[in-house]
Design a protein around this ligand. Sequence first.
Ligand code: GYE
Length: 338
Amino acid sequence: MKLAKILFGSLMVLVFLTALVGCTPAATPAPAEPAAATEVPAAVKYEYKDMTVGFIQTGSEGGWRAANTASFKETAEQLGINLKFYDAQNKLENQISAFRNFIQDKEVNVIILAALETSGWDDVLKEAKAAGKVVVLEDRRIDASEDLYATYIGSDFAEEGRKAALEMCKLLEDSEAKNVVELVGNVGSSAAIDRGLGFREKMGECGITITQSQTANWDSTQGKTVMEAFLKQSTDIQGVFAQNDEMGLGAALAIEEAGLVAGTDIKILTVDATAGAFKGMIEGDINTVVECNPLLAPQVYEAALKALNGESLPKWVPSQEGVFYQADAESILPTRKY
Ligand code: GYE
């Protein structure tokens, strides 16, 4: 019996010790080396080679547009940017559908737009934002909420209009009558709207009256046709404000065919400063040209890259531009890039 008691007691002790060990947390391992703080991966830093740009151009309506397109194609090549270029043939509906195609295109991370008209962009801009695409406006401004695009890079068209009016005042300073006819770009475009507003803001400084105004859609042939109609209406015209070079050159042809001397009987001022306008000044048909810079691609691509890398940008970066006169045209033409 005594042996049984001893064995039972030993068993109890064994059970107790086992339980004790079983509850004792495993021996705490020696403290490991302190874990290296996990590196937070730096945000991805895009470079130009990472950019795939969907570029929606207006069309190919003249010398300014050709220079603008060339600027984007040549600069993309130089920077190693993958450029998907779309020519909308001057149709707004084509621009809207191209915009949606670029939004769907998984490759495209930047959309650049030269807007034919100022309105109608809110829906596609919201869709682009939801799809995480960077949008940069080039050349033309639009009426849309600023949070829907990274920035607008283009001219101060209203300032160009003001300059045009003040330069026309100089051209007509010896003329008692100061009747001016206006050839307007495509209706609804910021360039046409703002140049017209700027001109009207300053024309009163010397008593200019705009007696007739009509669109000729930036085109020389249409500029000639519209000027012919103006002259049929009245030959009491002292000046032509052509909102681009091509329309002014077309007007000069109409003036000559009417038996008048372009640049003398009727002064002609144009906007853009393409090679055609310099040639027109050298021939005496065009009197003064207000510059509008089409070589915007380097600024636009730089802004797009900053936006891709999350940098904030001013909502408008206006181009710096001058005015050119007949007397300087011959010496300046060889230095011009477009
Ligand atoms: O003046 C004209 C072109 O948007 C500034 O468009 C541009 C204008 C330019 O068709 O020649």
